[in-house]
Design a binder for this molecule. Sequence first.
Ligand SMILES: NC(=O)c1ccc[n+]([C@@H]2O[C@H](COP(=O)([O-])OP(=O)(O)OC[C@H]3O[C@@H](n4cnc5c(N)ncnc54)[C@H](OP(=O)(O)O)[C@@H]3O)[C@@H](O)[C@H]2O)c1
Length: 336
Amino acid sequence: MRAVVVNEFGPVASHTVESIADPEPGEGEVLIENHAIGINFPDALMLQGKYQKRPEQPFVPGRDCAGIVKAVGAGVSGFKPGDRVVAQVFKGAFAELVPAPEKRCFALPKSVPFDDAAAMITVFNTAWVAVDIRAGVKAGDTVMITGAAGGVGTAATQLCKARGATVIAAVSSDEKGKLAKDNGADFLVDTNAADADTLKTHLKAQISAATGAPEGRGCDVVIDMVGGDMFEASLRVLRFAGKLVIVGFAGGAIPTAKANYLLYNNLSVMGAPLDIHFDMAYGEMARGANSWIALAADGKLRANIWARYPLGEFAAAFDELTGRKVLGKVVIDPRA
Ligand SMILES: NC(=O)c1ccc[n+]([C@@H]2O[C@H](COP(=O)([O-])OP(=O)(O)OC[C@H]3O[C@@H](n4cnc5c(N)ncnc54)[C@H](OP(=O)(O)O)[C@@H]3O)[C@@H](O)[C@H]2O)c1
């Protein structure tokens, strides 16, 4: 089969598509004939050896795929050859055939196209962890979402709207703002600022205006994809008992929160790690995945696919993603 292979960690473009032996499904695994791959910011980190967990090399990277079950290994009871599935694996998705643990596969209704499902799985699972499991967003909450026109941002916006929250999308351009609005955002805030201090005052003033000038009520929840200066500015837009949920550091810098600021302002800061939830809270993850898949099957969620690339051009797809150009999601066709 054809697959992207990481022989040695390095820049995304240093890896190539190779012809390697077809994998067999191991015990408890489903072998998927892959029809669509979703790419995510963490995949870019994984290819470069910058992800927190690093598989032994050589390996096939990639976490999101959707396709048809080709074979099942011993002990698999939930799937059979011919079933449509979407899967989120730790590695192996950038290939024509993907061996996936049964627990990482979910039945996919016919009404959800493979490329939509592959584009949605990591970002909606992450949004489920951040919005529902960690923040517990409920009707009437005001939620600011940073990186709101990205993959997790658009998914989190849709889940917050489905819970009845007001969403304020923090974005860096008008076209990203339009996508955030198309996904249900009620208000937009502009994140362009010359330095960290200007960002703090600029963001606070905009949130004040959005949530009720002149004093401004502030946000109940911030879901932060960006980190760095954005994280620090985001702490300042929270109201009494506000929660900041850390999803990632797309901006590249890992920030620090001052404990006295959290104490004086009665704030909570919490992480929303996706993978560990599969290990520690599988029931909740399966419930979340099946709930967004059902909403997608009813046409109630958007996949926001912005571009499609053939497998051989995966590096160009990542250039768009890490270059901050993508509006929504990019998918790769493993068969093209
Ligand atoms: N917690 C988890 O388990 C988990 C799971 C999946 C992803 N993540 C993390 O969540 C974050 C978002 O992932 P994603 O897949 O949604 O990414 P994405 O689609 O690339 O979106 C990231 C957004 O962040 C903003 N951004 C700000 N500075 C940036 C920079 N220097 N480079 C790139 N983007 C920048 C961009 O919006 P603006 O241009 O509007 O600022 C962009 O739309 C990443 O840090 C990722 O590693 C975490």
